[in-house]
Design a binder for this molecule. Structure first.
Ligand code: GRG
Length: 293
């Protein structure tokens, strides 16, 4: 399967599953509208694609992969809603349309984010005959850890604290690894757990994920200065406006681009000795550092 066939097929698949979860639940109308608005019909679905690409590589059961793919996209949508809030990045535009608090209001946006987060865990914890309860628990633990105080939310507070300050490259790497990398890493780890991988394989995939998660965020910072608002579907130059340190402000654009490529190449090394076909994962990694939005 080519990368574009894979992407089309599985972007559609996660979209359909998200729609089912959001349509069928009994949710108060205003909240449901806000949750659907921020989750459906937008986004590259990279996190879900990483789940499926890992699952395909290790031949994991696809029914539970659907639950994991939905969960990571719900968590991602929640993080974007909260990231855009006036008290955070104060962004008016997301995925080419008004951010959630602009389209609805701040209280609804906060609650929609909260509700998406809970829904993700509800879906992961639904009884499923295709997976053992022990695996399910490990998967839920992996996600909870990745997005909580020692993961994404921890990274977000470090990111806020670093505004208007000059920070070191190591400090910036720590922010990226937590704020963005932890969820990306969990996508791959959860699929690996669902596929009953041995610990050494999970560790190897985790190293790949950490590297590609870091390359993803460096490339995101590069796009912020090299692409237009209409190309990105979100405000261009947002990092500069908020006086944030990035790989570009610390090292300059050319060096930042070189480092993103180096980290991407390192990530591929971690796939080298794995005893299964990792072509889709490699192709997705390439997409991550070549994407234009
Ligand atoms: C307020 C409780 C509370 C938590 C907030 C906001 C937050 C926690 C964490 C933010 C983490 C965050 C938003 C990271 C963003 C990383 C990033 C580059 C997002 C863009 O991802 P893409 O390009 O987006 O995959 P699409 O739109 O394609 O899905």
């Amino acid at each position: 399967m080519s990368l574009s066939e894979f992407m089309n097929q599985f972007q559609h698949r996660v979209e359909q599953n998200l729609l089912l979860h959001l349509q069928n639940a009994e949710i108060p109308e205003e909240l449901k509208q806000a949750m659907q608005y921020s989750t459906l019909g937008g986004g590259k679905r990279i996190r879900a694609l990483l789940v499926y690409a890992t699952g395909i590589a290790i031949k994991a059961n696809s029914i539970y992969l659907d639950a994991i793919a939905c969960a990571v996209e719900l968590i991602h949508a929640y993080s974007l809603i909260h990231d855009d809030l006036p008290s955070m990045d104060n962004a008016d535009l997301r995925r080419g349309k008004a951010s959630c608090h602009k389209a609805f209001n701040e209280a609804t946006a906060i609650l929609a984010g909260d509700a998406l987060q809970s829904l993700a865990f509800e879906i992961l914890s639904l009884e499923n005959s295709e997976i053992s309860a022990t695996q399910q628990l490990a998967i839920i633990n992996s996600l909870a850890k990745a997005i909580g105080p020692t993961g994404m939310v921890g990274g977000q507070i470090l990111d806020i604290a670093a505004e208007n300050k000059t920070i070191t490259l190591t400090e910036l790497e720590t922010i990226h690894l937590h704020k963005t990398g932890a969820l990306i890493t969990a996508c791959i780890q959860m699929a690996a757990i669902a596929g009953n991988c041995q610990i050494n394989v999970i560790n190897q995939l985790t190293e790949f994920a950490k590297s590609i998660g870091l390359a993803f965020q460096i490339h995101d910072d590069i796009l912020d200065v090299t692409r237009s608002t209409s190309e990105l579907g979100k405000a261009q130059g947002a990092d500069k406006q908020q006086n944030k340190s990035t790989y570009i402000t610390i090292l300059g654009l050319t060096k930042a681009q070189e480092i993103a490529v180096q980290i991407y190449q390192q990530s591929l090394q971690f796939l080298q000795d794995l005893p299964f076909d990792t072509d889709l994962l490699k192709a997705l990694a390439t997409f991550i550092i070549e994407r234009t939005k």
